[in-house]
Design a protein around this ligand. Structure first.
Ligand code: FAD
Length: 347
């Protein structure tokens, strides 16, 4: 029998970041994950941006989120000798009717992130007729590589077991839980992404999961100095490859890339690009989003030995590091997370 204080179910971005926090704080943990190639973290764009385009305001809690983001991904890069975080300014293209709104935004608190404002765009490969703004800091995290490399690290240190959790094989005992007859855990933390809707204890905690589709294109000649943002983002990956994303579909919840999703992305792409490109790959995944668009973390109200850390939605890269640290504080020190993210708001 393996004994552990914390048994994490799921090693997507949420489980990985939580495990990394427990590791940092010297607390014992194990992870179970049944690798799924279409889990959100395996297909995500991984982009982050500090302002909300709809309102032209600073994203809520952005200073705290950015602080945690830089610190965390850098420490995981050092741990595994890999590069996960790419800092790339965003070039937002917008209709020139909105130029005045952007000028106002530049004078507001959001202005610290709007480093330049142009009344035109003259960049090879991009259509003209837009105004544009440069947003910094912005960039992306390669969540597939991060979870893959961290998975290898966890496996090497005997922190990871590669199998699917069977809920019916969790045996609740007085002093903990026995899982699959071979792991004894004091606490179980579910980090199952969208699969959490099947969880018998946390499945009804406000999930509003949605499907996202994303493309990789080959576009020789398109500049690589920016993440270009129209109605889709176009993110430079190197070697003339770009990631184009993403769709949001609340109705067709499956992992299958669809022709409709592809066409939607291509139509939006053609509004901003004016050079030839080739579609290289097309993927789909399900975002673990919550109705109020906030993460969910906390303890089950009737079963104090089981926990959830989920609901990273479409902002996992930005939300993950900050809330993983709060989750670790709850597990190690019993510090209750704020009500806006506490899972008890859905019980
Ligand atoms: C197309 C698309 C584009 C996106 N773009 C961005 C973006 O640009 N920026 C951004 O910040 N976010 C983006 N996201 C969202 C981001 O992917 C998620 O916020 C994040 O990856 C969620 O991580 P997670 O660990 O909660 O879930 P997941 O990545 O789904 O991981 C869950 C893990 O749990 C495991 N698991 C589940 N059930 C079990 C079980 N019973 N037993 C064992 N293991 C289990 C799975 O194998 C999986 O590894 C995008 C998502 C999609 C789909």
């Amino acid at each position: 029998m393996r004994n552990t204080k914390h048994l994490i179910i799921g090693q997507g971005l949420a489980g990985t970041l939580l495990a990394a926090e427990l590791l940092k704080q010297g607390s014992d943990f194990m992870i179970i994950d049944a690798f799924s190639p279409d889990a959100a973290s395996q297909v995500a764009g991984g982009a982050f941006i500090p302002i909300v385009f709809r309102t032209l305001k600073k994203a809520e809690m952005i200073d705290e989120y950015l602080h945690a983001l830089f610190k965390t991904y850098e420490s995981l890069e050092n741990l595994t000798s890999n590069k996960f975080l790419q800092l790339v300014p965003s070039l937002k293209l917008f209709h020139c009717d909105d130029f005045h709104k952007w000028q106002q935004a530049k004078k507001s608190p959001a202005g610290e992130f709007i480093t330049e404002l142009f009344d035109s765009v003259s960049i090879t490969g991009l259509k003209q007729g837009f105004c544009s703004a440069v947003i910094e800091p912005s960039g992306w995290v390669d969540t597939k590589q991060l979870t893959g490399k961290m998975g290898e690290w966890f496996l090497g240190k005997n922190h990871l077991i590669e199998e699917k959790l069977d809920y019916s094989r969790i045996e609740f005992q007085k002093d903990g839980m026995v899982v699959h007859g071979k792991i004894k855990a004091e606490k179980i933390i579910f980090c199952e992404g969208a699969m959490a809707i099947h969880n018998p204890w946390f499945g009804n905690t406000g999930f509003s999961i949605n499907k996202g589709e994303i493309l990789e294109i080959d576009a020789p000649g398109l500049p690589v100095d920016y993440i270009i943002r129209g109605d889709v983002f176009v993110m430079p990956l190197g070697n003339s490859r770009f990631r184009v994303g993403a769709t949001y579909d609340l109705k067709n919840i499956d992992n299958n890339p669809s022709e409709a999703g592809k066409q939607q992305l291509l139509q939006k792409l053609d509004l901003i690009l004016n050079l030839p490109y080739k579609v290289i790959s097309h993927n789909a995944g399900i975002r673990p989003a919550i109705k109020d668009r906030k993460p969910i973390l906390g303890m089950h109200p009737d079963l104090p030995q089981i926990y959830i850390f989920n609901g990273l939605g479409s902002k996992g890269v930005l939300f993950g590091p900050y809330w993983a640290a709060k989750m670790a504080e709850l597990l190690i020190h019993g510090k209750i997370p704020p009500s806006m993210v506490n899972v008890n708001r859905y019980f």
